[in-house]
Design a protein around this ligand. Sequence first.
Ligand code: TXA
Ligand code: MG
Length: 342
Amino acid sequence: MKKYKTLLLENNETGIKKAAALLRAGEIVGIPTETVYGLAANALNASAIRRIFKAKGRPQDNPLIVHIAELNSLYELVMDVSDTALQLAMRFWPGPLTMVFAKKPVIPDILSAGLATVAIRMPSHPTALSLIKAANVPLAAPSANRSGSPSPTTASHVIRDMDGRIPAVLDGGACSVGVESTILDLTGEVPCLLRPGGITPEMIRSVTGKLKIHRAVTAELSRSSMAISPGMKYKHYSPKAHVVLVKGSPQAFTRFVNSRSGEGVVAMCFDKEQYGLEVPYVTYGARGDAAGQARQLFSVLRRLDDIGAKTVYCACPNEREMGLAVYNRLLRAAGFEVIELD
Ligand code: TXA
Ligand code: MG
């Protein structure tokens, strides 16, 4: 792979222009969005997209999301925009909602991993929107982490994973949502939630009425079963430590973790629930504040590596609405290992 001296571009007109020029020249650039940082390339350039897969070490059967800045661009990329899709777009774009459509032939097969569909979103981060407009092409962008590790929510996370592998990262500050976008499949009769995120099931139902939640959101798919969203079958978001999700009251959690104390054992708990713990801990937001948990989740998972955690017992979040997005990521970080107390 080509070795780069990775530039950190500032969030101003010069930085955006430089990033846009790199993208137009077929290069890949780390970019901020409101969810997580993405690794962007011109979505209509197959060889640029190939570079994304290489830099990430991403399996070729996992398709990418396309980012647009104007609703008109959608019609150039997909076969049919249903009334439901249009209503959702009017309500939630720009924002953390990705919708899956039947693709037009302009979408390279490598982007869609050979599927007949393509996932599209309009991010709300102002820098992302300015950059897409300046590049004047739709941008394919997966999360900018090395495959398997937690998604980056700051430019320095991107540098840590991608230094030398990409020419530049555009710094847009810390991501305000903190977990990846909600993915909604609109190709069937009833909209189907493939990945929970900042646009919650209740928000979607307020527009569509009906909504199916794909089994893979909270359950492990067997290796052999063909996932609709191929990304769902890979282990994700994992720090190096072995993570176990623990369901139960704060008291039961504290008793349980203390009974397991030992070298490298770390508790990951809610704010103000650390009292009584006899092992090192990290907190990831207040129990009742799922949006706050989402914002911190991936940087806390990265911090666990920094402090040399070997086994992490993580207090389980609530599984409703925004909590579902946090729960979904933690389940994957834990490889679906859950202990129920009480
Ligand atoms: O918030 C986000 O969505 C971030 C930022 C950068 O926009 N991007 C992101 O991309 O999370 P990535 O590649 O890490 O996750 C994309 C997910 C994968 O699980 C992939 O399988 C799924 O989207 N996906 C992509 N195209 C699809 C399609 N046509 N049908 C179903 N799932 C699709
Ligand atoms: Mg990802």
